[in-house]
Design a protein around this ligand. Sequence first.
Ligand code: CTP
Ligand code: MG
Length: 231
Amino acid sequence: MTAQLNPRGDVAVLVPAAGAGVRLGPGAPKALRLLAGQPLLVHAVRRIAAAPSVHTIVVAAPATEVEAVRAMLAPVASVTVVPGGAERQASVAAALAAVPAGPEIVLVHDAARALTPPQLVESVAAAVRDGHDAVIPVLPVVDTIKEVDATERVLGTVDRSALRAVQTPQGFRRPVLVAAHRSAADALTDDAGLVEKQGIAVTCVPGSELALKVTRPFDLALAEHLLATGA
Ligand code: CTP
Ligand code: MG
């Protein structure tokens, strides 16, 4: 069933989905790979569309797959699809340029985080609505982290209590994200990183284990298992 987005919502979600998925191994672009019989992108968009504040979804698809992605998502939700770029940052910029007037909160969410619960979309958006310029969902780091040199010799142990693993969706007041992309110099894999370079404060909210990024074959197997057990 096609999800109805909220015409009175204040949130636009950009979904970069144009990556190749090199680390997942040979096959289709990652966002189009199947998880329990459906593309990762379909799982991701269905969950975004279920978040009540969402007014607009813009997907950046692989340039050769724009029509296929439009057809794939038409039964899921009313979504705008644009061609992505060679780097994630270019894909996000292309999607951002397609957001219509209206939503003043913009979230950027990896298609590869296909099982992210709608509640995380809402909690990030709520933190921006509450007055934060930039908000990222994070988890504590569980492994001991060592700093090493080029020969794999240990230089020291990093204080893990001060570290966070960062997920998406990352949320921004719209003008903050627009300005960060306009003045972006280097390609970063993280939109909050661009905002940090502008000297703007970035705030953390609790992330979700279910927002794991499908990167390697192990992650795909884990996502299959999570889906089979009710995610
Ligand atoms: N992405 C994108 N455009 C790019 C590169 C990445 O829209 N040029 C998107 C991916 O589709 C993914 C998200 O950014 O949803 C996070 O990137 P990543 O997990 O690195 O995906 P890929 O780049 O596809 O994977 P890999 O780096 O293994 O090739
Ligand atoms: Mg990548």
